[in-house]
Design a protein around this ligand. Structure first.
Ligand SMILES: O=C(O)CCC(=O)C(=O)O
Ligand SMILES: [Fe+2]
Length: 361
């Protein structure tokens, strides 16, 4: 086997997947990648502490299947667990969440089928705009292009208006169902989180406009990478919305979260979903719950697929600000903003500078 560097002409490939396919067509296995994908300083990467702590796992059955049988004590216990996880970690895993194993599998397969389509077919959806309704692109922030990330992505806006690519054939049906189910989980979680903060259910709707929440789902493909120690699938970032739900294909623990200054790989638990606090929830909770800093790493041999469901407030119907209930006793830590304006700000800022910082008072 001859070692080779992926030729620089391939940097112009429109996707990481195409880059990898083209390099294997050269019948030599690439052992390094174009330098534009070098996202990590090897010395700094070597000095990082990877801490194998366990992220809290919460059984949602009592919250999701809320019935007369659920005692107030039982519900209060789950709400307390969620509040503690949001405060200590900014994230948690959930089990018994109501998205069937079958639907999880179908959603992952539908994305894999999409990424397997011919590049020309996928390129119909290529766009650099964050607010187009169906967007296929690569990396993360192609506008700055100083570093590219080892990820291809298909992002669709699914609520309040549902959008989908036309192909693969069953993508529309599956993603519609998946979006509806995950939206329901997030609504229940947000109601529970607010209850824990002393904010009543009707006020949650009034402040966040959840009935018309803006929801995006994003399939992320991380193909095998010749130099995983130097590349990143996604750089450290926090998400813009309220809560993010992540489903993953469990090939390897590629998602890492920042906790007490260390990177913690998110453990793989069959049938679980990963939930993280995002920027608007940090604003709404007046900084009590911290928007999670996270990143995606890649592997030399394995492909990873994740499906991120990003749920924000209503697009422009509400101004998200620290809840009035919380600023009775403490000063407001953030100014208010609509999701639409926050996304504009988030998109134009540099990814690695946390966009939320500019909202602080
Ligand atoms: O793929 C992952 O694990 C992370 C995805 C993510 O952070 C995102 O889509 O914002
Ligand atoms: Fe993210």
């Amino acid at each position: 086997m001859v070692n080779s560097v992926l030729p620089s002409s391939l940097i112009s490939s429109s996707s990481v997947k195409e880059l990898v396919i083209n390099s294997t067509h050269n019948s030599t296995e690439a052992t390094s990648m174009p330098s534009v994908y070098v996202a990590r300083n090897p010395a700094m990467a070597a000095a990082e502490i990877i801490s194998h702590e366990e992220i809290p796992t919460i059984d949602l059955s009592l919250l999701i299947r809320r019935s007369e049988k659920t005692s107030a004590d039982e519900r209060a216990k789950v709400i307390q667990q969620i509040g503690e996880a949001c405060e200590d970690w900014g994230c948690f895993m959930v089990v018994n969440h109501g998205v069937s194993e079958d639907l999880q599998r179908k959603m992952i397969e539908a994305y894999l089928d999409f990424f397997d389509m011919k590049e020309e077919e996928k390129q119909r959806y290529n766009s650099k705009s964050f607010i187009d309704s169906v967007v296929y692109n690569s990396s993360f922030d192609q506008t700055t292009n100083e570093v590219l990330y080892w990820r291809d992505t298909l992002r669709t806006t699914v609520h309040p208006t549902f959008n989908s690519p036309d192909l693969p054939q069953n993508f529309r049906l599956i993603s519609e169902e998946f979006s509806r189910r995950t939206r329901e989980i997030v609504k229940q979680l947000l109601i529970a989180i607010c209850e824990g903060l002393g904010i009543e259910e009707n006020r949650t709707e009034e402040c966040l406009g959840l009935a018309s929440c803006y929801q995006i789902i994003s399939g992320n493909l991380y193909p095998p990478c010749p130099q995983p120690e130097l590349a990143l699938g996604l750089p450290p970032h926090s998400d813009a919305g309220l809560l993010n739900v992540l489903l993953q294909n469990n090939s390897f623990p590629g998602l890492q979260v920042m906790h007490n200054g260390n990177w913690v790989p998110v453990q793989l638990i069959p049938n679980s979903l990963f939930i993280n606090v995002s920027d608007l929830l940090e604003i709404f909770s007046n900084g009590k719950y911290k928007s999670l800093l996270h990143r995606a790493t890649v592997d030399k041999k394995m492909t990873r697929l994740s499906v991120a469901t990003l749920i924000g407030s209503s697009w422009e119907g509400v101004v998200v600000a620290p809840a009035a209930e919380l600023v009775e006793t403490e000063p407001a830590a953030f100014r208010g903003i609509t999701y639409k304006d926050y996304i504009r700000h988030y998109q134009t800022g540099k990814l690695n500078k946390r966009p939320l910082a500019a909202m602080r008072l």
